[in-house]
Design a binder for this molecule. Structure first.
Ligand code: GTP
Ligand code: SPV
Ligand code: MN
Length: 630
């Protein structure tokens, strides 16, 4: 179809339901707004339409009625299964194509002008070259489909730390997901009209419908490209409908592109949860924590402490933007509006707040379906249902010998539904941080908790994080890999420069007001392969120690790798952690640690001299402490 065939004020919705004629054109028109900034937006939308040749254009206004219509349309098209409203009102199940279940890091590119700006941990592509590769893929890629234009804000609309963008997509599933994960609406267009800068993101599942071709439940393409242009603030994503590849406001914008904006403007875009911890005395503390994908952020974000008196309020579960304030403190916002969380392992005993959050209005992807029209996944209940439909739509019984839900199956739900969401979670100026935690999944070596001696030691700890791979990205689960700051797949520029930027941000903080930095590891295992630490709600016991350290109420023990708790300072009332296990949780094997330092040096060397001297000095100091006689 030629661009000329597109009506200037195209209709929103296809006729699918109700038969007969199209419903009244209530949604989808180009906003009737004026403002200098809009010309560029309209021209860009026209350009993308000319390239991708959709059958119609729908300007998303973010209203409830529009959302309901989009959900209904997806049900009619067989793309969503409506769950039984008796158990799960307003909720839906999507089943992806079995090849499109996780982020595809090997197909993710940073197309900075200079290769060294992407650095050795990213796939670099020359901008002109990759544009020449992907443009033909987008040519006609939306034929027969609706092209949605989705204006979104990361952070409260108009907030001082917020940023806006527009996503063009041919996936209604993406639109309804973005509607949960971000703030979508015409108020964003008003900001663009007023001249506020915005990020351009383009997404196509890469499955045009030609000559009346029948659509499939989960259109996607074997060929995938997730390409970031940090110099022009653009993202182009082709071929995948999966969350992190398709909700471009999330990892692509709020981390990869935002990390570059943050480098240029003096702030940090981080893969971090954000919580307020309220002590038994009623004092509030704000913590952010960076753990790699599927390593416990959502769980800690919704912590229900097992020790009396403590409370946690949720502020965010995946991304935090941190900015030094005039007061010398580090201020944080959660730029998102929802949770795109890992389903398996989320249950009454592990994360009851998440289970409660999911009471309704949730889009589930790749979980199992119960005969009664509700959902299930491994770990939701102790009892395993006798009969299910698995994530691929096949009959399943416990004897099947395979998981009923995909290990990276997910829920998408509004943050406001979390029963312990902080009442002020949308406050535009954010909250001042008292502590930052770094962690990963480490079966060996890394103690339950260790405190950094100062900011640069903390940055060193962040830069050395390694973690066993999970199902959140394609690759071999369990394999140990470096994941500094939990940002390996998400840093939009050279990670050595990123380490340097962290050091610089530290210099802008008042030394007595900077957040204290800790490393934690809930995943250490005994020789018998069992977790040594009960985890989940009991992680509050570690948080309790961290807060008392921040308050200066407990001493710590110096070790070669940082400050450790005295065991008598850990509140272990009511749990069975044997003395042996406790010793093992904090054991530091000097030989193994020296091997770690050798690996760290190797890792630093891959940056060819770009790692800041301060971090080399930290590494040398660690080696000295490990080798000097005990
Ligand atoms: P992304 O959304 O991929 O960034 O993941 P996340 O970091 O938010 O991870 P999440 O909290 O969803 O946890 C992932 C998995 O780790 C789930 O299966 C959890 O049950 C499990 N998990 C979380 N916290 C703990 C813990 O303290 N101990 C143990 N053993 N497992 C945990
Ligand atoms: C992660 O993988 O870290 C996620 C899920 O939070 S995704 O948004 O798909 O990246
Ligand atoms: Mn994540």
């Amino acid at each position: 179809m030629a661009i000329a065939d597109l009506s200037p004020h195209p209709t929103a919705l296809v006729t699918a339901h109700g038969g007969g004629t199209a419903p009244a054109m209530r949604f989808g028109r180009r906003p009737a707004l004026a403002g200098a900034g809009l010309e560029a937006l309209f021209a860009w939308v026209d350009d993308i339409a000319e390239l991708t040749q959709p059958a119609r254009i729908h300007w998303v206004d973010g209203t409830r009625g529009e959302n309901e219509a989009l959900l209904r349309q997806q049900v009619d098209e067989g793309k969503l299964i409506k769950l039984n409203p008796e158990w799960r009102p307003g909720s839906y199940l999507a089943r992806s194509h079995p090849s499109d279940v996780a982020r595809t890091e090997a197909r993710t590119f940073i197309a900075s002008e200079r290769e060294e700006d992407a650095g050795p941990t990213n796939n670099w592509a020359a901008p002109a070259q990759i544009r020449a590769t992907i443009t033909p893929l987008f040519e006609g890629s939306m034929r027969g489909r609706t092209m949605y234009v989705v204006p979104f804000s990361m952070g409260a609309v108009g907030g001082p730390l917020s940023h806006i963008g527009v996503q063009i997509t041919d996936s209604a599933y993406a639109v309804t997901s973005i509607g949960i994960m971000t703030r979508v609406g015409t108020s964003v267009i008003e900001q663009i009209a007023a001249g506020k800068p915005w990020v351009k993101t383009v997404h196509s599942v890469g499955a045009p419908l030609v000559d009346g071709e029948q659509d499939v439940a989960w259109p996607c393409n074997d060929e995938k490209y997730i390409v970031h242009f940090p110099d022009t603030l653009e993202v182009w994503s082709f071929g995948s409908g999966y969350g992190g590849n398709a909700i471009l406001a999330k990892k692509c914008f709020a981390l990869r592109i935002a990390s570059v904006i943050g480098r240029n403007e003096g702030w940090l875009a981080e893969h971090m949860l954000l919580i307020r911890v309220i002590s038994p005395e009623g004092r509030s503390f704000h913590l952010a924590a960076a753990f790699p994908s599927a390593c416990g952020k959502t769980n800690l974000a919704m912590l229900r402490p097992t020790i009396p008196g403590w409370r946690v309020e949720t502020l965010g579960d995946d991304i935090a933007w941190l900015r030094p304030g005039d007061d010398g403190r580090l201020w944080a916002i959660n730029p998102e509006a929802g949770f795109f969380g890992v389903a398996p392992g989320t249950g009454e005993t592990t994360n009851v707040a998440a289970v409660e959050t999911l009471w309704g209005n949730t889009i589930f992807t790749n979980v199992a379906l119960r005969p009664d029209g509700d959902v299930w996944w491994e770990g939701l209940t102790e009892d395993v249902p006798a009969e299910l439909t698995d994530w691929e739509g096949n009959p399943w019984t416990p004897e099947s010998g395979r998981p009923a839900a995909h290990p990276n199956s997910r829920f998408t739900v509004s943050a406001g539904q979390c029963p312990q969401i902080a009442p002020d979670w949308e406050t535009p100026e954010g909250v001042p941080l008292d502590g930052i935690l770094f962690g990963g999944r480490r079966a060996t070596n890394v103690p339950l908790v260790v405190e950094a001696t100062d900011w640069s030691h903390g940055v060193f700890l962040g830069s050395t994080i390694s973690s066993e791979r999970t199902a959140a990205a394609e690759g071999t689960v369990g394999e140990l890999r470096r994941d500094p700051f939990a940002m390996l797949p998400f840093c939009g520029y050279n990670m050595a420069d990123y380490f340097g930027h962290w050091l610089k941000v530290g210099q802008k903080l008042r030394f007595d007001r900077a957040p204290r930095i800790f490393q934690v590891n809930w995943f250490r295992k005994g020789d018998d392969g069992r977790f040594l630490w009960p985890g989940f709600g009991d992680n509050a016991r570690v948080i309790d120690w961290i807060i008392r350290r921040i308050e200066g109420r407990v001493p710590a023990v110096d070790s070669p790798i940082g400050r450790l708790p005295r065991t008598e300072d850990l509140n272990l009332d009511g749990i069975d952690v044997s003395d042996d296990d406790l010793r093992e949780l904090f054991a530091i094997d000097r030989d193994l640690w020296l091997q770690e330092t050798a690996l760290t040096e190797e890792f630093y060397e891959t940056f060819e001299g770009r790692v800041p001297a301060a971090l080399h000095a930290e590494l040398a100091a660690l080696r000295f402490r490990l080798t000097r006689s005990a």
